[in-house]
Ligand binder design. Structure first.
Ligand SMILES: [Mg+2]
Length: 382
């Protein structure tokens, strides 16, 4: 079974899908994208496909992964690793369809029957946390995540810290003792600022605090991790085993590889196995579309050290387009008491609505994250 064609589709809200076709008619789908750089990744996907995949045997997934990640002298980084990720997902989708099994079955079989998921509340500048948590609880979710702060200085001042603890208190009250909330710092604070903020959150028992420092300061992450009993999470901006290793050495409790950024199912499976050797759990990052989430689920169901799954249905910046718009069978993404059930379909386990995808292609407006400034006019982390 040889690969004959690779197509890409840029669809609202900000996603890129790839479709890999073979000479015996099987088709695999993946989602190679970096939020805000879909067109750049699209170019990389077609360059990699031309160089390494077209005309090649489809099911040599590992060999393709090796060539796509190591076959060029300059390698790695978010753009290339995301291009590889989507193509790798599509190859696993193809393999599952060729063998008539879900990808997680090919990776050792299921270790659980359902996967706990969380949703976002509060937006970029967290507000109305109580109301939104109450709505999510009524929808069956038992866990949510919110930003620690909006636009803030590197060192949070007293008012910002009080706002943070007030939101944490509101979250704990809305959830009750049994529910969980996680707090995403988005690297908005300095190391010292993160330390202050993490300690202030301790009485409210967050499930984890995420990206307390920027990924370029991973060498300083240990200062935060060793100074708090709150589990520290990071990983959405780390793209390979070698890049997550310093975070593990720093003492993180939760790794958050992104199946559409960190080399796909192949590499994220290995990242999870590496995390297991450090007694660390994984909570894959996924604010993306249906194929990215489907790939996350395939990993979740065959990974013993899995914690919880992020998902983006209804997230604040999608502006109406939803991952359900692009699949034929929406049951795969139906929540049962805040959990997703094990997909039994072949490959990634979702059937793409190809007509909807082709009709939406090119309708995605360019998406960029906001560029924030401090009141004095200087740059602020988003
Ligand atoms: Mg995050």
């Amino acid at each position: 079974m040889k690969i004959t064609r690779v197509e890409t589709f840029a669809v609202p809200p900000r996603w890129l899908f790839c479709r890999v076709e073979t000479d015996d008619g099987l088709v695999g789908w993946g989602e190679p994208v970096i939020e805000g750089r879909a067109e750049t990744v699209r170019t990389a996907v077609h360059e990699l496909a031309e160089q390494f995949l077209i005309g090649a045997e489809a099911l040599r997934i590992e060999d393709h992964w090796q060539l796509m990640t190591k076959g060029s002298f300059y390698r790695g980084g978010p753009v290339l690793s995301s291009a590889v990720a989507g193509l790798d997902q599509a190859l696993w989708d193809l393999a599952g369809k060729a063998y008539g099994a879900p990808a997680h079955q090919l990776l050792g079989g299921p270790v659980r029957e359902r996967v706990r998921a969380y949703c976002w509340v509060g937006g970029d500048e967290p507000a109305q946390v109580s109301e939104q948590i109450t709505a999510q609880r009524e929808a069956g979710f038992t866990a949510v995540k919110m930003n620690a702060a909006g636009r803030t200085g590197r060192l949070p001042d007293g008012a910002e810290l009080r706002a943070l603890t007030a939101r944490a208190e509101a979250a704990r009250e809305a959830l009750g003792p049994a529910g969980d909330f996680a707090v995403d710092f988005h690297g908005r604070f300095s190391v010292a600022g993160a330390l202050k903020a993490v300690r202030a959150l301790e009485p409210y028992g967050p499930l984890f605090v995420e990206e307390p420092v920027l990924p370029e300061y991973t060498h300083l992450l240990g200062r935060v991790a060793s100074a708090t009993g709150t589990p520290v999470a990071t990983g959405e901006r780390l793209y390979s085993r070698t890049e997550v290793l310093p975070a593990l050495q720093a003492g993180v409790a939760v790794l958050q590889p992104d199946l559409s950024h960190a080399g796909g199912l192949s590499e994220c499976r290995r990242i999870a196995a590496l995390a297991e050797t450090w007694d660390v759990v994984v909570a894959p990052h996924c604010p993306l579309g249906p194929l990215a989430l489907a790939a996350c689920l395939q990993l979740a169901f065959c990974t013993p050290n899995f914690l919880i799954q992020e998902q983006s249905i209804g997230i604040h910046y999608h502006g109406g387009a939803e991952l359900l718009d692009y699949v034929v069978d929406r049951e795969v993404f139906r929540f049962h008491e805040g959990h997703l059930l094990r997909p039994t379909g072949p490959g990634l386990g979702v059937e793409v609505d190809e007509r909807a995808v082709r009709a939406a292609d090119g309708r995605a407006r360019p998406w960029h994250n906001p560029v924030w400034r401090q009141p004095d006019g200087s740059f602020a982390e988003w």
